[in-house]
Design a binder for this molecule. Structure first.
Ligand SMILES: [Zn+2]
Length: 246
């Protein structure tokens, strides 16, 4: 067996990135019967609140809430993730292992340097993963090349530098998205559960959820639904028939 053959592989720089940026889209995709793997690049060990152990445990809980099939952490250095040969080879290894039909990752214009680096790492790995002469191994066994072109960026701190390519209606899974985010008790405000003695961050303020909702509502209004998440496609999107837009 070559790998797991999931429908979607989502890369996040830190545990909780995926839930915040595209948790609704993932929950809905899973609800429709599609399989999802998530690869977190680091443990978020530089995060102001919580410990790497907390975050790993929280990521496991969020995995269950969203119905993610596989989740692994590459344990790259938080804050210093960069497109080195080793990092790109690790990313190719997981691409060839999970053999996804599409990939989600950060945009190339982002506040956190790890997010921008992730864009560069995944772009390079996506190209190189298809090259037969580039060898990678999983558990000592040589991997087959894997080539796909469907790669979409989710939105994080910054708006995309251009109009999103599409919006996903997450209205009926918005509560599930919130539930997944609230697994990260060390990072976000959860009544009665968060530690009030740790320093306050942007995420740990109760207002973070107001901001999250405001953005989802705004994107929703653009496409005539209550809540939506925005995506930017790297390549032009072709559809097989106009009927797909019915
Ligand atoms: Zn992040």
């Amino acid at each position: 067996m070559d790998g797991y053959e999931v429908d979607l592989l989502a890369f996040g720089s830190h545990p909780d990135d995926i839930e915040i940026a595209c948790g609704g889209t993932i929950a809905k995709f899973v609800r429709e019967g599609y399989s999802v793997a998530v690869v977190d690049m680091s443990l978020g060990e530089l995060g102001t609140r919580g410990t790497p152990e907390d975050r790993l445990k929280e990521a496991e809980e969020a995995k269950k809430v969203l119905g993610i099939k596989f989740r692994e952490n590459l344990k790259l250095p938080d804050g210093f993730t960069s497109p080195t040969k080793e990092t790109i080879l690790e990313t190719i290894r997981v691409l060839r292992k999970y053999r996804p039909k599409m990939v989600l990752f950060s945009a190339n214009f982002e506040r956190h340097p790890d997010h921008e680096a992730l864009n560069s790492i995944v772009r390079r790995a996506m190209f190189l993963s298809g090259l037969r002469k580039l060898q990678t191994f999983e558990d000592g066994i040589p991997q087959e090349p894997w080539r796909i072109r469907k790669m979409y960026c989710y939105m994080q701190s910054y708006q995309f530098p251009k109009e999103p390519s599409f919006y996903v209606d997450i209205t009926d899974v918005y509560e599930t998205k919130l539930q997944a985010i609230k697994c990260y008790v060390s990072q976000v405000f959860v009544e009665g559960k968060s530690n009030p003695n740790e320093p306050t961050t942007r995420l740990s303020r109760p207002d973070f959820f107001v901001e999250l909702e405001a953005r989802a509502r705004y994107f929703g209004t653009l496409v005539g639904v209550k809540y939506a998440e925005a995506f930017l496609s790297i390549e032009p999107i072709g559809i097989s028939s106009l009927s797909k837009l019915l």
